[in-house]
Write a protein that binds this ligand. Structure first.
Ligand code: AMP
Length: 281
C-alpha cells in the first residue's frame, strides 16, 4: 500500500494509473475509519482496478464552534486498517497543500444546502464541496463513493458534479449500523456509555416513523411529532431537526406520497449525530 502525502505525487500517480487504462475508485474520508467506510472501500474494490482512500480532516467544513480540534484522529490505526483491507493507495493531503497561504476559491451548491444540516451548519457544505472538488481535480477518479448516512452531502456532491460537468460517477452506499441500529460514525466514540445506550433511540425513532407511514399515515407533521415525542424519553437527546423531505430537492413534504427521506440531527450529550432512512409512503 502506497502512502502519498504530496500533491504533485498524487497527481502524477493518478495520471499514470489512468494512462495505463486502469480505473480509479476514490473513497474520501476524514479518517477514524470504521465499518461504514469499509463498505465504501469494498464496493470501490469490486468496481475499480485501483482504490484510493483519502484521509483529510477538512478544516473549512467545520464551524467556529464545532469539533474540529477534537475530531478523532487515529492515523496509525487507519493505515493498518486500509493495509489489511487491501487498499492500494492512501492520500494524506497536507493542510499547506490544500489551502496554501492566500487560498481564496470556494465552490458552493445553492438550494440543496439550504435545509437539513445546511440550515444549522452555515458554510459546512461549501467546505465539503470545495475539498471534494479539489480531490476530484487532483485524482480524476472514475467513481467516487459516499455513504447514505450523509444523504444531503451525497446529493449536493452529485449536483456539483452535474453542474460543473466533472467526469466522475458518484455512488452512494447504504448506512452501516452497529448491532443495535445506531448508525456508525467516527463521532460515536465521543459518547459516554449512557449516551451510547440512548443514542440508539435516534434510529428507533426513524423506524417508528417508517412504521407509521407504512400503516397509512400521510401527515408529515403528525409523523414528525411522534418521533419528537419518542425521543423525549432520552435524557441526553436534544433534537436539532427532524424532517421529512423530497429525495431529490430536499424540500419538506406535508402530505406523504411515494419515497421520502426521514432525516434527523440530534445532540446526544455534546455529540451531534445524524441519521436518516428512506421510506415509501
Ligand atoms: P467521514 O469520514 O465521516 O467524512 O465519512 C466518509 C464517508 O463515509 C462519507 O461518504 C460518509 O457518508 C461515509 N460514511 C460514514 N459513516 C457511514 C456509515 N455508517 N455507513 C456508510 N457510509 C458511511
Amino acid at each position: 500500500m502506497k502512502i502519498i502525502r504530496s500533491l504533485r505525487t498524487i497527481q502524477k500517480i493518478s495520471q499514470q494509473i489512468k494512462d495505463k487504462g486502469r480505473s480509479i475508485g476514490l473513497v474520501p474520508t476524514m479518517g477514524a475509519l470504521h465499518v461504514g467506510h469499509l463498505s465504501l472501500i469494498r464496493k470501490a474494490q469490486i468496481d475499480n482496478s485501483v482504490v484510493i482512500v483519502s484521509i483529510f480532516v477538512n478544516p473549512i467544513q467545520f464551524g467556529p464552534k464545532e469539533d474540529l480540534n477534537k475530531y478523532p484522529c487515529s492515523i496509525k490505526q487507519d493505515l493498518a486498517f486500509c493495509k489489511k483491507e487491501g487498499v492500494d493507495l492512501i492520500y494524506l493531503p497536507s493542510l499547506k497543500d490544500m489551502y496554501p497561504k492566500g487560498y481564496s476559491t470556494f465552490v458552493n451548491v445553492l438550494g440543496l444546502t439550504d435545509g437539513l444540516c445546511g440550515a444549522f451548519r452555515p458554510g459546512h457544505f461549501k467546505g465539503v464541496i470545495t475539498v471534494v472538488n479539489k480531490l476530484f481535480n487532483l485524482i480524476h477518479p472514475d467513481i467516487a463513493y459516499f455513504g447514505q448516512k450523509d444523504y444531503q452531502q451525497a446529493l449536493v456532491i452529485k449536483k456539483m458534479v452535474k453542474d460543473l460537468n466533472i467526469p466522475v460517477i458518484i455512488k452512494v452506499m447504504p448506512t452501516k449500523r452497529e448491532r443495535d441500529g445506531l448508525a456508525m460514525s467516527s463521532r460515536n466514540i465521543y459518547l459516554s456509555p449512557r449516551e451510547r445506550k440512548e443514542a440508539v433511540l435516534l434510529y428507533q425513532g426513524l423506524k417508528l416513523a417508517g412504521r407509521l407511514i407504512k400503516q397509512g399515515n400521510r401527515n408529515a407533521a403528525l409523523v414528525i411529532n411522534n418521533i419528537r415525542k419518542f425521543l423525549k424519553q432520552g435524557k441526553y437527546i436534544c433534537p436539532q431537526y427532524i424532517s421529512i423531505v423530497d429525495l431529490k430537492d430536499l424540500k419538506p413534504i406535508k402530505i406523504l406520497r411515494g419515497k421520502v427521506l426521514i432525516a434527523l440531527a440530534a445532540f446526544v450529550g455534546k455529540t451531534r449525530l445524524i441519521d436518516n432512512i428512506i421510506v415509501k409512503a
